[in-house]
Design a protein around this ligand. Structure first.
Ligand code: SF4
Length: 333
């Protein structure tokens, strides 16, 4: 899969590095001092690199756990994220990562132990309270697991720390490792779900809706708590029919007893990311409108945004209580 693997000198002998290199005996290994030399180099062609991205094995320095933006949550008070990876194997056109980095190469920070330390320290700062940790913020938590060994390492760790609640957010159906592990209550396996037509048009390289629902069915039988992430909702012709059929399909297959939480949000991007993404894909209809700038964000025109959100909210309400549904933006905002 990778023709080139860049390896920082400092972690060349790290067991996680050794394990990864063994998986790719044919890759050319290129030593480097710091991953930024390759990842942050100016003038890289993101679109071209995305077609055959390289892997970079690096060490995460400094803070490993950071607070999430205020609207990012699933009902908890203390919300943090950690990124053991940067970038993603999938290629969703609406993904903010495209406007975030100079490079499409994938970075894996192999020093998992530093992330664990950051998680323990953060829990200590919130004595006696639950703390939520989101692992799928700058990557897809499950998709790269065969390379990162993330689940093998972090599932036992979180199982032993019940106050630390892990959210794995993914579009991947790579669930073998989860089915091998006993389910535990402080882990939410969250899937981003979109109607078929939206998936085909805007979520390149991702598994179909049907495959994701199949994965959910297996996981819920195995006892895992499930998160449903309807984000981003995309405005399209005939969106009422498209989303009505979609929710009917989803709620006919998901066992509501295993649902931990649902989130829903309309398509939106930070202004800077939006400008970069529009430059990358000037003919992309998604970026052509009907959008407007609101503060530091670009999103759908206000009335349209409210119609789309309230339509989807009402559809969901036909199947389940919306107590566990967290929305961006709030309907009354
Ligand atoms: S799966 Fe998530 S992280 Fe990966 S490209 Fe799509 S939106 Fe981005």
């Amino acid at each position: 899969m990778f023709q080139y693997i860049y390896v920082e000198d400092a972690i060349r002998e790290h067991p996680q590095t050794q394990e990864t290199l063994l998986k790719y005996p044919r890759a050319t290994v290129v030593p480097c001092q710091r991953y930024g030399e390759i990842f942050n180099r100016k003038g890289q062609n993101f679109r071209l690199q995305k077609k055959s991205a390289s892997l970079i094995l690096a060490e995460k320095h400094g803070k490993t756990v950071l607070p999430t933006p205020p609207d990012y949550g699933i009902g908890g008070k203390n919300n943090y994220y950690f990124s053991h990876m940067l970038n993603c194997v999938f290629d969703c056109r609406y993904c903010f990562l495209q406007g975030m980095y100079q490079s499409a190469h994938m970075v894996h920070f192999v020093n998992h132990e530093s992330f664990k330390e950051g998680i323990i320290n953060t829990c200590t700062e919130h004595t006696g309270e639950d703390v939520y940790f989101f692992s799928g913020y700058d990557c897809d938590s499950l998709a790269m697991n065969p390379i990162t060994g993330f689940l093998e390492d972090f599932l036992p760790f979180f199982a032993e720390n019940p106050r630390a609640i892990l959210e794995l957010r993914s579009k991947s159906v790579y669930i073998r490792q989860l089915l091998k592990h006993e389910a535990f209550p402080n882990c939410v396996v969250a899937f981003t779900l979109s109607p078929d037509s939206i998936q085909k048009q805007f979520e390149a390289k991702t598994p179909s809706l049907d495959k994701r629902l199949e994965a959910i069915e297996k996981l819920q039988k195995h006892g895992w708590k499930i998160g449903l992430r309807f984000d981003p909702l995309i405005f399209c012709q005939n969106y009422e029919n498209i989303y009505r059929d979609f929710f009917e399909n989803v709620f006919s297959r998901v066992d509501l007893n295993s649902v931990h939480s649902m989130t829903m949000g309309t398509f939106r991007l930070p202004k800077g990311n939006f400008a970069k993404m529009k430059q990358l894909y000037p003919d992309e209809k998604l970026f052509a409108g009907p959008l407007e700038k609101k503060g530091s964000t670009v999103s759908y025109e206000e009335n349209l945004e409210k119609s789309l959100l309230s339509f989807c909210h009402n559809e969901i309400a036909q199947y389940t209580s919306t107590e566990k549904l967290f929305m961006y933006p709030e309907l009354n905002s």
